[in-house]
Design a binder for this molecule. Structure first.
Ligand SMILES: Nc1ncnc2c1ncn2[C@@H]1O[C@H](COP(=O)(O)OP(=O)(O)OP(=O)(O)O)[C@@H](O)[C@H]1O
Ligand SMILES: [Mg+2]
Length: 478
């Protein structure tokens, strides 16, 4: 069973949100759709082609090592820097790392330019991202009534306030487990919660005894063959008594807690903090508030109620950050509550942003990857290599599978040649238009002619630059 989502904090009627619908619909195909993980064997070595990843073995192994460090969760403050030419899979590597982490460990991707905003301070954006990347797993033992609903009868009464309409005076709920059954007479507010969860007879639910929150676990598997087609999750009949103590696990991030507490009417205990998560409305999250939350979190960790789950913060195109951000990062990385940070950059030696106008400096401070040397010194640097023709061909093949495109081997060879001559991205981008061309021509397989035709229609960077240079030279002649 997945952890119950946070409850809303209306006094008296704490209602759990309905779980997000599980859809099996195919999602849109994006640039990195074929990447499913790092593709490492059990001993940590990178397989030549696995989980959508091709080649780039040493970088993948380095990330795998970082991942095992991360899974131990004991070390912090060792940022990883991915460097390499454009299109060599730095972003893809970080995405694969995020996928390896699983659902419960936070992964916060950020592009450095997102830091610049007219409304929010740069360091504020960074620190909220840092906190988004640190999870907290809260374990709680709660008294609950759990079972399959056998009866759901609301009792109506005359509305005492007006002559019109009726109100619910109470609701009778019958719950059944393997061991026994129980009939509960419940407050109308619990009936509201039951309605919100869309509970019907035959569902397995649990009701928290002290808050009245209702959570629908799924449909009892006794009803499994009811329909031919449906998207229902079937669960077995709960074991044990209807009334029991149950361990519940909730995953939140420190940022969630910050946001919940930025609201003025936040309560003191952690559950009321959690209770407000889904409500909107935003006031400023100050440093003081963060410190307070850290204190509460520390206390809960000490008591063994909660566990810190450091996740990954991924900052892409890190050369876009400026000097102030880098200085902030130096400090933030050393704090004990720091997530694992992964940077990526495709720049060589360039000017550090924010130092251009330092009067005497002229062009500013130049540094490798546009990162100050002191931060660079703290990083573990991983290099990505340009791809060989064969690797490009395998990536193209993987992509064809994801996009369900049928390409003739000769056409694939030609695409791989194009990729080698210009870039992997260019070759990947030609795939979909090629599929359209061949469909229009009434064929099912992309041929060499399709690829050649596309070569005339779409220019790659080199040819486009060449044309510009020619134009420039021609203009200078006259
Ligand atoms: N080793 C690989 N295996 C499979 N696909 C890859 C691999 N490397 C890159 N790709 C794919 O190639 C494309 C370009 O890669 P990516 O965007 O990761 O490059 P990058 O290094 O981040 O480039 P930039 O520096 O321009 O941001 C993406 O669609 C990516 O999924
Ligand atoms: Mg990238």
């Amino acid at each position: 069973m997945s952890a119950p989502p946070p409850s809303t904090g209306l006094p008296g009627t704490i209602i759990t949100q309905p779980p997000p619908p599980t859809t099996t619909r195919e999602s849109r195909i994006a640039t990195h759709s074929h990447i499913k993980g790092l593709g490492l064997a059990d001993d940590g070595t990178a397989m030549e082609s696995s989980q959508g990843f091709v080649g780039q073995r040493s970088a993948r192994e380095a990330l795998g090592l970082h991942l095992s460090l991360l899974k131990q969760g004991r070390y912090s403050g060792r940022p990883l820097l991915l460097v390499g030419p454009p299109g060599t899979g730095k972003t893809a590597l970080a995405i694969a790392l995020g996928q390896e982490l699983g659902q419960r460990v936070p992964f916060c991707p950020l592009v450095a330019s997102e830091v610049f905003s007219g409304e929010v301070k740069k360091t504020e954006v960074l620190s909220s991202c840092f906190r988004r990347a640190i999870g907290l797993r809260i374990k709680e033992t709660k008294e609950v009534y759990e079972g399959e609903v056998t009866e759901l009868t609301p009792s109506e009464a005359e509305n005492p306030l007006s002559g019109y309409g009726k109100t619910i005076s109470h609701v009778i709920v019958g719950l059944k487990t393997v061991k026994g059954t129980k009939q509960l007479r419940l407050d109308p507010s619990v009936y509201e919660a039951i309605q919100k969860e869309r509970v019907v007879v035959g569902d397995v639910i649990y009701i928290e005894a002290n808050t009245g929150a209702v959570k629908r676990v799924g449909r009892s598997d006794a009803y499994a063959s009811e329909y031919d087609l449906e998207a229902e999750e079937y669960v077995p009949l709960p074991k044990g008594d209807v009334h029991k103590r149950k361990e519940l696990v909730q995953d939140v991030t420190l940022h969630d807690l910050d946001m919940a507490n930025a609201r003025p009417q936040g309560g003191q205990d952690i559950m009321s903090v959690m209770g407000q998560l889904v409500k909107g409305g935003r006031t400023e999250v100050t440093d003081k508030l963060r410190q307070e939350i850290n204190k509460v979190v520390d206390k809960y960790i000490e008591q063994g109620v909660a566990e810190l789950v450091p996740g990954v913060l991924f900052i892409d195109e890190v050369h876009m950050l400026d000097m102030e951000c880098f200085t902030y990062l130096n400090r933030a990385l050393e704090s004990p509550m720091s997530p694992y940070v992964v940077f990526a950059s495709n720049r060589g030696v360039c000017t550090i942003r924010g130092t251009e106008y330092d009067g005497a400096m002229g062009e500013g401070i130049r540094s490798p990857h546009g990162i100050p040397v002191d931060l660079l010194d703290r990083c573990m640097i991983v290099k990505t290599e340009p791809y060989s023709r064969n690797e490009i061909r395998t990536v193209l093949e993987t992509r064809c599978r994801v996009e369900s495109i049928n390409v003739a081997p000769a056409a694939l060879d030609k695409l791989a040649d194009e990729g080698e001559a210009s870039s992997l991205r260019y070759a990947l981008q030609l795939l979909t238009p090629a599929a359209i061309l061949c469909k229009t021509a009434g064929r099912t397989e992309v041929t060499v002619e399709d690829v050649s035709e596309l070569g005339d229609l779409f220019l790659d960077t080199k040819r486009s630059t060449g044309i510009l240079k020619e134009l420039d030279a021609a203009a200078k002649k006259y």
